[in-house]
Design a protein around this ligand. Structure first.
Ligand code: GDP
Ligand code: IMO
Ligand code: MG
Length: 422
């Protein structure tokens, strides 16, 4: 019986998961998303084209293989339709290739409104959500009030919707929040009809059947470990388990069926939205990372906050996920830097720690190790051996500190700009 390999982000999202899933898909027969929803924006570039996927797994461009939207995902029918129709226009009809779990929860128009209303009510302590209704939809799931894709097949579909909406309307009234969803609601019902064209399945049976038949499955995470609802910088997190265990609950795969765990990280750090970020740079270097790395949200267009690589946080993420292979992205962004810094510890008050703390307080100061920059274009290198010595020192330091090999190094957004170490 095969195992499921998992690929997930080790920082605050946007590590480059979309690109790497696309690069790895030729090694797999099935690709599955296990959590999150259209808060994700996974970018893929090849053949001079650029695609941003939000709910659809990033394995769809490699040979018509089955791609699965698992039960752990929350699906907005309107955004899903827009995404699928755009792909169809560019020649990628997914109706036979895409399998959607009956148990995935639906994001309703009122969930989006609730997301905005809760954020508005938070005043200055806003999370900076993507506004896609993610939190309210997962809240309904856990409080056993949710609506699932499988409800589409029920004769009571409209009644289930009406009951959910009624509850939301009461909450919105209590928050004194004004909104108008007349158009959105119409669009949603049309989009829900559109969903019926796809294969709505018991995806846990589908995936386990694949494994029994010896087919290889790659599970694609969204967001990143530091946005995990349990282990992230709570409450500045998303509402799902972005960690490896989320692949078990989000696909119906037993823990002993997990194989490789690929952990993706940027050679520096970014974060979008509010919340602690120990190595954040507020100076010209931060602005340079943002400018060269095009660090603007794929979904919201918001500026991403930028800073140095944080090994305290990275080691924490590796521990929580049981990472077996590291994948380093966007090293090329630092091609022109004289000095590159990496946080190896935190100083808090008079004490030093190598653990990610329960809360990040104002007196926390990262302790840095400095590296000489490589000062050349990594995009010219096609094998690990061709990389400059200064860059190899950086990679090998990370490997020594974490105890995990860096197996893939990405030096540009294109599919081809990827160095795989055997
Ligand atoms: P994801 O959410 O983890 O899939 O990442 P995003 O797509 O939100 O953000 C990653 C961004 O970096 C995208 O614009 C990618 O095209 C781009 N990218 C990925 N890998 C590299 C790389 O190695 N170098 C550069 N310069 N850009 C990259
Ligand atoms: P990908 O998959 C980066 C952030 C939001 C906000 C917090 C909660 O592209 O890496 P939510 O809408 O989920 O309730 O927002 O999480 N966030 C992301 N940041 N990449 C993502 O996805 C994100 N998805 C959510 O900015 O701070
Ligand atoms: Mg993204």
């Amino acid at each position: 019986m095969k195992k499921v390999d998992v690929i997930l982000g080790l920082q605050w999202g946007d590590e480059g998961k979309g690109k790497v899933v696309d690069v790895l898909t030729p090694r797999y027969e099935v690709v599955a998303r296990f959590q999150g929803g259209p808060n994700a924006g996974h970018t893929l570039e090849f053949g001079g084209e650029k695609y941003v996927l939000r709910s659809i797994p990033s394995g769809i461009f490699q040979g018509g293989k089955p791609n699965v939207i698992g039960n752990g995902v929350v699906l907005d029918a309107i955004l899903f339709r827009a995404e699928a129709e755009e792909l169809a226009r560019s020649g990628h009809d997914l109706t036979r290739q895409l399998f959607i779990s009956k148990k995935a929860h639906l994001i309703l128009p009122t969930h989006r409104v609730l997301d905005a209303a809760y954020e508005a009510a938070k005043g200055s302590a806003k999370i900076g959500t993507t506004g896609k209704g993610i939190g309210p939809t997962y809240t309904d799931k856990v409080s056993r009030n949710g609506m699932r894709v499988g409800d589409l097949l029920s004769p009571d579909f409209e009644a289930i919707y009406a009951a959910a909406k009624e509850r939301h309307v009461k909450i919105l009234r209590s928050l004194d929040y004004r909104y108008d969803i007349t158009e959105l609601e119409k669009e949603w019902f049309d989009a829900v009809e559109y969903l019926r064209r796809f294969r709505i399945v018991d995806s846990e049976y589908f995936i386990n059947e694949c494994l029994r038949e010896g087919r290889s499955v790659l599970a694609e995470g969204a967001q990143g470990t530091l946005l995990d609802v349990d282990f992230g910088s709570y409450p500045f997190v998303t509402s799902s388990n972005t960690v490896c265990a989320g692949a078990c609950t989000g696909l119906g795969v037993a823990p002993n069926r997990i194989g490789e765990v690929y952990g993706i990280f940027k050679a520096y750090c970014t974060r979008v939205g509010s919340g602690p970020f120990p190595t954040e740079l507020f100076d010209e270097t931060g602005a340079e990372l943002r400018r060269v790395g095009h660090e603007f949200g794929a979904v919201t267009g918001r500026e991403r906050r930028c800073g140095w690589l944080d090994l305290v946080a990275l080691k924490y993420s590796i521990m929580i996920n049981g990472v077996t292979q590291l994948i380093m992205m966007k090293s090329d962004v630092m091609n022109g830097f004289d000095t590159i810094r990496v946080a190896t510890e935190y100083a808090i008050g008079g004490a030093r720690t190598a653990q990610f703390p329960y809360t990040v307080t104002d007196d926390l100061q990262p302790v840095y190790t400095d590296f000489e920059g490589w000062k050349c274009d990594l995009r010219d290198c096609r094998t690990y051996e061709e990389f400059p010595a200064a860059f190899k020192r950086y990679v090998e330091f990370i490997e020594r500190e974490t105890g995990v090999p860096v197996k893939i190094i990405s030096v540009g957004p294109d599919r081809g700009e990827t160095i795989v170490r055997e």
